[in-house]
Design a binder for this molecule. Structure first.
Ligand SMILES: *[C@@H]1O[C@H](CO)[C@@H](O)[C@H](O)[C@H]1NC(C)=O
Ligand SMILES: *[C@@H]1O[C@H](CO)[C@@H](O)[C@H](O)[C@H]1NC(C)=O
Ligand SMILES: *[C@@H]1O[C@H](CO)[C@@H](O)[C@H](O)[C@H]1NC(C)=O
Ligand SMILES: *[C@@H]1O[C@H](CO)[C@@H](O)[C@H](O)[C@H]1NC(C)=O
Length: 240
C-alpha cells in the first residue's frame, strides 16, 4: 500500500524528469534500484522497530517483576519485625496488663508508620518508572519511525530537487550518498535503541537503586522503632 503510493509518486516525478532531460537507461535503472533499496530498508526498519518495541515491553515487565520482588522482600522483613515485636509484648511476663496494653498501642502506631513508609517507597518508584519505561525508549523509537516514513519518499524528493538542474549525471552518486548516509545514521540510532533495551540490566540502575535504598532504610528504621518500643518491657513502662 505504502510502497505503491510511493511508486506512483516516483513515476510522476519520472515523467517530468524524462521529459525534461531524457535520462539514459542506465540512470533510470539506477534510480529504480535505489527506490527499491530505500523501500526495502523502510520495511526492514519497521520490522526491526516492532521487535524492539516488543523487547521494550518485555524488559519493562521483567524490571517491574524484579522491583516487586524487592518490595515483597521488604514487606516480609517488616512483617517479621512486627511479628517478633508483638510476640515479645504479648509473651512478656515481666509487665502488667496496663503496660502491655500501652505497648501494644505503641506497636500499632509504629507498624502503621512503617507500612506508610513502605508505600512511600513504592509510590516514588512508580513516579520514576514513567520516565524509564515509556519516555526514554519511545522518544528514540519515534525518531526512527519518522525516518522510516520519510525514507520511502526520499528518492522522489531527491529527483524533484535535482531534475530542476541539469545534474542527471551525478544523480546516482547523490542517491548512493543519501543511502550511505542514512545507513550510518540509522546504525547509530539502532545502537542507541539497543542500549535503551539493556538499560534495566544494570545492577546500579537508578530506579532499582533508589527503591532498594528506600526499602533498606525503611526496614532499618522500622527495626529501630520497634527496638525502642521493646525497651519499655525492660522498665515495665515506669519511665512513661
Ligand atoms: C524477556 O526479558 C527477559 C529478561 O530480560 C529475558 O530473559 C527473556 O528472554 C525475554 N523474553 C523475550 C520473549 O524477549
Ligand atoms: C531479602 O533480601 C535480603 C538481602 O537482599 C536477603 O538476604 C533475604 O534473604 C531476602 N528475604 C527474602 C524473604 O527473600
Ligand atoms: C508470629 O509468627 C508465628 C509463626 O508464623 C505465629 O505462630 C505467631 O502467631 C505470630 N505472632 C503474632 C503476634 O502474630
Ligand atoms: C542494605 O543494607 C545492608 C546492611 O546495612 C547493606 O549491606 C546493603 O548493601 C544495603 N543495600 C542497599 C541496596 O543499599
Amino acid at each position: 500500500m505504502h510502497r505503491w503510493s510511493c511508486l506512483l509518486a516516483l513515476c510522476t516525478t519520472f515523467l517530468f524528469y524524462i521529459s525534461v532531460t531524457t535520462a539514459t537507461e542506465e540512470v533510470i535503472s539506477g534510480i529504480v534500484q535505489h527506490q527499491q533499496w530505500f523501500s526495502e530498508y523502510a520495511s526492514i526498519l519497521e520490522e526491526t522497530m516492532q521487535i524492539k518495541r516488543r523487547g521494550n515491553s518485555n524488559a519493562t515487565l521483567s524490571f517491574n517483576k524484579e522491583l516487586l520482588k524487592l518490595l515483597a522482600n521488604a514487606t516480609i522483613e517488616m512483617r517479621s519485625i512486627d511479628n517478633t515485636t508483638e510476640s515479645a509484648i504479648i509473651q512478656s511476663d515481666s509487665i502488667g496488663q496496663p503496660c502491655r496494653a500501652l505497648l501494644l498501642e505503641m506497636f500499632k502506631i509504629f507498624r502503621t508508620i512503617g507500612q506508610a513508609e513502605l508505600q512511600g517507597c513504592a509510590a516514588n518508584t512508580v513516579g520514576l518508572l514513567g520516565y524509564w519505561t515509556t519516555q526514554r525508549f519511545f522518544s528514540f523509537a519515534n525518531i526512527v519511525h519518522r525516518d522510516a516514513t520519510e525514507l520511502t519518499h526520499r528518492v522522489a524528493l531527491i529527483l524533484e530537487e535535482y531534475n530542476k538542474l541539469t545534474q542527471k549525471d551525478n544523480i546516482l552518486e547523490i542517491l548512493r550518498e543519501e543511502y550511505y548516509q542514512f545507513n550510518s545514521y540509522n546504525s547509530a540510532l539502532q545502537e542507541v535503541l539497543n542500549r535503551e533495551l539493556e538499560r534495566f540490566a544494570r545492577t546500579d540502575h537508578p530506579v532499582r537503586a533508589a527503591l532498594s535504598d528506600c526499602l533498606n532504610t525503611t526496614v532499618k528504621l522500622h527495626q529501630l522503632d520497634m527496638d525502642y518500643v521493646l525497651t519499655y518491657i525492660d522498665t515495665g513502662c515506669v519511665t512513661l
